[in-house]
Design a protein. Structure first.
Length: 184
């Protein structure tokens, strides 16, 4: 009963908010609209849209990513030791002729944009690394948390922990995790 009333209250407030926004937009003067559009353009300018979007599957069997030649912490040499390879402009084929190419240096003939160079990694390695970093490691961390909470609760009073409901939910989610997912 209470959940239904709360849900109805939220829906009513959301509808009221939608009506407020519609009314404000309808009564806005054109100058205010252009100010909002200008602010949105500035916001878009600072987002990471400077790099060309290379669609997945452009080079079959490889995952593509842009790497920085100026990043000392995550250097290109480290990535190359892990199996990353620079992408030559000729590998991309038709439709990508307008992309920049390094004209000299270590990555001559490779696709570049400002200080960034396009690299490829075999898809199976990429999937393995993503699975480890974004599925297995978080699940292991989650298992450690639940084990810690359970052992603390058992050492204490012998009763149920007030956190047990959340711990049970974490266990259910961990059990549902699908190790066959693919990352893009």
């Amino acid at each position: 009963m209470a959940n239904t009333r709360i849900k109805r209250d939220l829906e009513d407030r959301l509808l009221d908010r939608v009506e407020e926004v519609k009314d404000r937009m309808a009564s806005e003067d054109p100058n205010a609209k252009s100010k909002r559009e200008r602010a949105e353009a500035f916001r878009d300018k600072w987002q990471n849209s400077a790099l060309p979007d290379i669609p997945g599957g452009t080079i079959p069997g490889f995952h593509l990513c842009w790497l920085s030649t100026t990043n000392n912490y995550d250097s290109i040499d480290k990535r190359m030791a892990l199996g990353y390879e620079p992408v030559k402009a000729a590998e991309l084929g038709k439709g990508f002729e307008s992309l920049g190419k390094m004209s000299s240096g270590k990555f001559e003939g490779c696709v570049s944009c400002n200080e960034m160079v396009l690299f490829k990694l075999p898809e199976e390695i990429y999937q393995e690394v993503m699975r480890m970093l974004h599925l297995e490691d978080p699940l292991e961390h989650q298992r450690n948390i639940t084990a810690n909470v359970r052992s603390t609760a058992q050492e204490g009073k012998g009763g149920r922990s007030i956190l047990e409901g959340g711990i049970l939910e974490m266990d259910k989610e961990a059990a549902k995790a699908n190790s066959n997912i693919r990352f893009s």
